[in-house]
Write a protein that binds this ligand. Structure first.
Ligand code: C5P
Length: 229
């Protein structure tokens, strides 16, 4: 990173899946007029691309090659960002539980993380960046101006996910979702490289009994206080 890039402010938002990071980051980025990095979408895209290319999950060099040349594009849309892989819209496939599970396996491979690190840093552009992930404040942007760690109990995250799926007309079993969340947390927290954990200088916000607007307000006020330091 050159010195000019290091002056561009970053808000790093880390935490487990289902803590509300995606929605909160989108709203905070819109309110600040900043760019948004959904780093989970990159790991998800590698998992989908591996399926298309027939690269097995134990072929680490093969997966790292795919990650290094990942033909992914993020296209802003009115409802959500569309994700294109080699020009094909894979947004829906990217969001499934199966892809999330595969992504967390792919994300535990150090060579894949290395291959994606510069691509993530390239999102750091003026006037600023909101970076959503697991290791934004610890590994990718350790010099971020502000760092937030959003969390919520696994039960509450399963309840939110369940409601989200029902709202989309997708049938789901809450106990199974809970089991999957606990298993994904374990994999993210126990992996040897870039494990999920709050940066020492992160502001930890437990969103279990907070509404989305309350969390957005809390994150914005933390960011503004760091920007005026
Ligand atoms: O955030 P999302 O659920 O889209 O991420 C999918 C998976 O990608 C996570 O379970 C995690 O294993 C991995 N991931 C990661 N580092 C990031 C973002 C996501 O390891 N910065």
């Amino acid at each position: 990173m050159n010195s000019a890039a290091s002056e561009i402010p970053v808000l790093a938002v880390d935490g487990p899946g289902g803590a509300g990071k995606g929605t909160v980051c989108r709203e905070v980025a819109a309110s600040m007029g900043w760019h948004l990095l959904d780093s989970g979408a990159l790991y998800r895209a590698v998992a989908v691309f591996a399926g298309i290319r027939g690269v097995p999950l134990d072929d680490h060099p093969g997966l790292a090659d795919l990650a290094a040349g990942l033909p992914v594009d993020f296209v802003p849309a009115s409802d959500d960002t569309r994700v294109l892989l080699s020009g094909t819209d894979v947004t829906r496939e990217l969001r499934t539980e199966t892809t999330g599970d595969l992504a967390s396996r792919v994300a535990a491979i150090p060579e894949v993380r290395d291959a994606l690190s510069q691509r993530q840093r390239d999102f750091r552009q003026l006037p600023g960046l909101v970076a959503d992930g697991r290791d934004m404040g610890t590994v990718i942007f350790p010099d971020a101006r502000a760092k937030v760690f959003l969390t919520a109990s696994a039960r509450e995250r399963a309840r939110r996910r369940h409601k989200q799926l029902l709202d989309k007309g997708i049938d789901a079993n809450i106990d199974r979702l809970y089991g999957e969340i606990v298993e994904r947390d374990r994999r993210d927290e126990e992996r040897a490289v870039a494990p999920l954990k709050p940066a020492p200088d992160a502001c930890v916000i437990d969103t279990t009994s907070m509404s989305i607007p309350e969390v957005v307000d809390a994150v914005l006020s933390h960011l503004r206080s760091r920007l005026s330091d």
